[in-house]
Design a protein around this ligand. Structure first.
Ligand SMILES: [Zn+2]
Length: 339
């Protein structure tokens, strides 16, 4: 197995990557509260953010493509970026091409466990995205598979909190001079709308654990037993790493990228720890995360190698001149450890 833990700080200028609710013609940026200690007191900031769901959506879209390149099955929804994930019996039927197990009211324990095993294994075999990214089968019996990757909210880093702001930008759709605004059509010649835009250095976190890819995770007696061949597990783990590499290099996270593509998308710093067991990088919310990572590694490590790029002062095992070199070399390191 290999565990990859990514932390970084990324510049996103004039972005509208994660919008929530529109009120009339006003589209709001997602905001979250962040608390910091300022001298002897605590202060709350409401800051622009990008949700972990948004990051996960982007990752799984790339994952579907990489899995297909490795001849791994991906269901017809996940391959289109619609992550319904075998939630219901009818979806299960479409994904697995089989009838979902039905439990009678007087089902015995053995029948229950046979049903949950069938559900988890059939879904894992039928869709690599649901294997790596997890699913919740919400029928009877319930079967939950936890995602093999972890991510979360991107928020402006601590040092930028007092400088960050969100501004609504005015835009208009113009139709004057066309037949569509004739009085009998009743349409306005101009429609104005506002989109909130923000700029900041955002923290970023993503962990990938390949340990349970292609294996049972729900039925405790079968926990960790392979469902698919070792060869296919290796291909699925490799595809998960390739998708992570693409995510970090291109950073196609967020919506509205066709008209609100950030004016700057650039890693100020990024550190990728590759380990033989779960070893997470400290949070990049505070600037000294790479020093804290080095201190942590001094106490605990599982053959951990930290690959990093930073604009100033690198404390990693392997320091590179560009973020792309750090990313590519960490993925090569990780792929070498898949067994
Ligand atoms: Zn699927």
């Amino acid at each position: 197995m290999v565990y990859v833990s990514v932390r970084g700080r990324i510049w996103l200028q004039a972005e509208a990557a994660n919008m929530v609710e529109s009120v009339g013609n006003y589209v709001k940026h997602r905001r979250v509260p962040v608390v910091i200690r300022d001298g002897g007191k605590y202060v709350t900031f409401f800051v622009p953010s990008i949700s972990g769901e948004s990051v996960a959506h982007t990752y799984q879209t790339l994952l579907a493509e990489e899995l297909k390149k490795q001849q791994v099955k991906v269901c017809s929804y996940c391959e289109k970026g619609i992550f319904l994930k075998s939630t219901r019996g009818d979806l299960y039927k479409e994904v697995t091409k089989s009838e979902p197990p039905r439990l009678g009211e007087k089902a015995k324990a053995a029948e229950l466990m046979a049903a949950v095993d069938a559900i988890e294994s059939n879904i894992v075999k039928s869709c690599g995205v649901e294997d790596v990214g997890g699913f919740l089968y919400a029928e009877n019996p319930n079967v939950k598979r936890t995602s093999n990757f972890l991510t979360g909210y991107m928020v402006p880093v601590k040092e930028v909190l007092s400088a960050v702001s969100i501004e609504p930008q005015l835009h208009s759709r113009y139709a004057l001079g066309t037949k569509f605004v004739a009085p009998e059509e009743g349409a306005a010649g101009q429609m104005i709308y506002y989109v909130e835009v923000s700029s900041a250095v955002f923290s970023f976190a993503f962990d990938l654990d390949t340990k349970y890819i292609g294996k049972y995770t729900f039925h405790i007696e079968k926990y960790g037993t392979p469902i698919i061949s070792q060869d296919e597990i290796t291909r699925r783990a490799g595809a998960s790493l390739d998708a992570l590499g693409r995510l970090l290099i291109e950073f196609p996270v967020g919506a509205k990228r066709t008209r609100f593509n950030p004016a700057d998308v650039r890693w100020e710093s990024i550190a990728i720890a590759v380990s033989n067991d779960a070893w997470t990088m400290p949070s990049s919310f505070v600037k000294d995360y790479s020093e804290r990572a080095a201190a942590k590694k001094g106490k605990v490590n599982y053959n951990t190698v930290i690959h990093a790029y930073t604009e100033e002062g690198c404390h990693a095992d392997r320091c590179y001149g560009t973020p792309e070199e750090a990313i590519i070399n960490s993925i090569i390191d990780a792929k070498g450890r898949i067994k």
